[in-house]
Design a protein around this ligand. Structure first.
Ligand code: ADP
Length: 248
């Protein structure tokens, strides 16, 4: 029942925190190279779902298959990341005392540690990879600036670039435009579209204007369950969605 290009299939995902059920047999699927937004009231389970996808929170029951048949059910965070699910958290975790370019270098060669990485000469291919990513995130002109001196928006883009250095096939973003100016929001929207050339995206977002503008598919969650799924037009016509979310 999923399209052939499906990249992720989640079936009846159950997550309990003690007696509290955060995800209540939530099922979700998405196509490859899609910008898929996850919306729903506070406490709906959106962040918990991202946490499960990157291995931070374990399911009590259910199954998740990534790409053709890779089951993430019993995998550790680093295994899932290596397999191609990248996560950008809300709080920035850049190295403020390294330059923008050095931050990308470190992210590219994470496993080697910061200082051995920066001493090692980059290959031509690695340089090109960094140059390309600097262009994509719009920071080519800031490559030699210390990352701590960037604006809030620029730090967020740098961090997205750092996750992209690991070449994920699925990128998870939690409220990417939080705290941004209108101009930065627009740039972030264009960035999402550009990233889509390289990977699929699941984006948790509260700003409905942003969702309307950039979503290809939207999933609405409520109390740990799936309320509705479809294009923005489709979900707006759903009575349950209007009642629970859009009308509120
Ligand atoms: P959303 O991102 O949609 O706002 P969350 O996934 O953050 O929702 O939270 C869903 C529910 O699970 C909330 O009621 C939250 O309090 C609860 N929750 C999340 N993480 C934990 C945890 N580690 N322990 C207990 N309850 C949690």
């Amino acid at each position: 029942d999923q399209p052939l290009t499906s990249i992720l299939k989640c079936r009846d995902v159950l997550v309990k925190f003690g007696d509290f059920t955060a995800l209540d047999r939530f099922s979700f699927g998405m196509a490859d190279k899609e910008i898929h937004f996850l919306i729903g009231p506070n406490g709906a389970g959106k962040t918990t779902f991202l946490d499960v996808l990157c291995g931070l929170t374990k399911m009590s029951d259910g199954s998740i298959t990534f790409q053709k048949n890779y089951s993430i059910d019993d995998k550790k965070e680093f295994e899932i990341a290596r397999k191609g699910i990248g996560r950008k958290f809300q709080a920035p975790s850049i190295f403020p005392h390294l330059t923008v370019q050095e931050n990308l270098e470190v992210a590219m060669k994470q496993e080697k540690g910061v200082f051995s990485m920066l001493r090692a000469k980059m290959t031509k291919k690695q340089k090109e990879k960094i140059d390309r990513q600097l262009e994509i995130i719009g920071l080519a002109g800031k490559r030699d600036i210390l990352a701590g001196g960037l604006s809030h928006g620029q730090k967020q883009w740098l961090e997205i670039g750092m996750v992209m250095m690991q070449e994920p096939e699925l990128l998870l973003l939690d409220e990417p435009i939080a705290g941004m100016t209108e101009e930065e929001e627009e740039k972030t929207g264009s960035l999402l579209r550009e990233l889509k050339q390289d990977c699929s995206l699941i984006v948790v977002e509260h700003d409905m204007d942003f969702v309307r503008e950039y979503a290809e598919k939207v999933t609405v969650m409520h109390e740990g369950t799936l309320l509705s799924e479809g294009t923005m037009e489709e979900i707006q016509q759903n009575d349950k969605v209007r009642e629970v979310y859009l009308g509120s």
